[in-house]
Design a protein around this ligand. Structure first.
Ligand SMILES: [Zn+2]
Length: 398
């Protein structure tokens, strides 16, 4: 994709363009992606099934090679990196497996190459350099059940590919493009791959979603619970396909379409006491004081005997855990000693609703139609068609 150019010109004033050719930044290759699979851990377990070569990260000098690597603990030490008993006077290594070999990190089997970097505090950053299409095989299988209809899996594959490429452009100067967890895209590596999700990736190879000439982060989520959300909750994104407001009860079959969560007053007091917000004294009320146009909690006031704190919907969910309060789309029913949250959906609600996509596919809609439903006014194009053409990568704070 050498011809693909990023131009800073012609982006709307509210959008910040990614640095591109104008700034002289290197054009990232779209054939591969850098996935942080471990961040800030003091130790990882490494094993290599098959022939490998290991190089010093900074100089590229060969360090060792072998027909396999037995399971070994890798740690950051003051002198460099320790592989079991062996200390390498290096801040980082790159491991390249032979074609048919696989690297196993903390029990997760990965495709591609691996970089292990010792950070200043001696913790490790582990980055998987993997072919983009191989990465997607390990993402779609984690993001969607493999028994879903193929057009839904294809729509999710195209959204996941676009999201990954968007990250690749906007994170070019960072050490990695995406994290291998649910805050970015869930990534299970080779171990998680399934036949049907791999087929969906292969059938859509190279296809991405664009709005005119603009590439944007194709956010998606499990279950919208009734209506999709504007992407401004994710950052300063404002583009017709990301403005939400798509009415969707197609996800009614989702186990997360409706949910309830009880928070005792003691739970709330303790969670705040443990957090940077500090103690409020005995909790008196929780109220949603602002909602977004889609009805999601934007600001929540928690009042204790001592004072009131106001949290964003995101911070409120973070306080108790995103798997505990599944979405910001809830109402609060106060009881004597607790609050009942009556909620809908799972996730932030921006962009494509996965359970809704599954239902649309069941009703006979194609992957392109599903994508156009959740990201209005977009086109599905192949990277090959775009080669040599200019596209703008919209900015925003992810
Ligand atoms: Zn939905």
């Amino acid at each position: 994709m050498k011809g693909l150019q990023l131009l800073a010109a012609s982006c709307a004033a509210v959008l910040v363009c990614a640095t591109g050719t104008a700034a002289g930044a290197a054009q990232p290759s779209l054939d591969s992606i850098r996935v942080a699979v471990v961040k800030d851990d003091p130790q990882v377990t490494l094993q290599i099934f098959g022939r490998f070569r290991m190089f010093a990260l900074q100089t590229g000098h060969p360090v060792q090679e072998g027909p396999r690597l037995q399971s070994v603990a890798v740690r950051g030490v003051p002198q460099g990196l320790a592989l079991g008993e062996q200390v390498l006077p290096l801040f980082g290594v790159r491991i390249e497996p032979a074609r048919d070999a696989a690297i196993n990190v903390n029990g997760r089997r990965l495709r591609g190459a691996l970089e292990i970097v010792r950070q200043k505090d001696l913790t490790l950053l582990v980055i998987n350099h993997v072919a983009l299409e191989d990465y997607l095989r390990g993402v779609v299988s984690k993001e969607a059940p493999d028994y879903w209809p193929s057009e839904a899996l294809k729509a999710i594959a195209i959204a996941a590919r676009t999201y990954a490429i968007y990250q690749r452009f906007t994170k070019a100067s960072d050490p990695y493009d995406v994290s291998g967890n649910v805050m970015s895209q869930d990534y299970g590596g080779r171990a998680s791959e399934k036949l049907t999700t791999t087929r969906a990736v292969q059938a859509t190879a190279g296809l991405v979603v664009l709005y005119g000439q603009q590439m944007f982060p194709t956010f998606y989520h499990s279950t919208c619970g009734g209506m999709t959300e504007h992407a401004r909750v994710m950052g300063s994104y404002d583009l017709p396909p990301l403005r939400g407001g798509v009415s969707c009860t197609l996800c009614a079959a989702s186990p997360f379409f409706s949910w309830q969560r009880r928070l005792s007053k003691a739970d709330v007091a303790w969670a705040l006491h443990q957090s940077p917000y500090g103690s409020l004294g005995p909790i008196q009320s929780i109220q949603v004081t602002q909602r977004t146009a889609s009805g999601r909690a934007q600001e929540i006031a928690v009042t204790g005997a001592l004072r009131t704190v106001r949290l964003t919907g995101y911070d409120f969910r973070a306080l108790f855990g995103f798997d505990q309060i599944r979405s910001p789309l809830f109402t609060i029913v106060p009881l004597a000693d607790s609050f009942i949250l009556e909620g809908h959906g799972w996730g932030h609600g921006v962009g494509l609703c996965q359970w809704g996509a599954a239902e649309l596919a069941r009703r006979g809609f194609s992957a392109t139609e599903i994508l156009s439903f959740y990201y209005p006014h977009v086109n599905v194009l192949s990277l090959r068609e775009l080669s040599g053409k200019s596209i703008n990568v919209i900015g925003g704070t992810p």
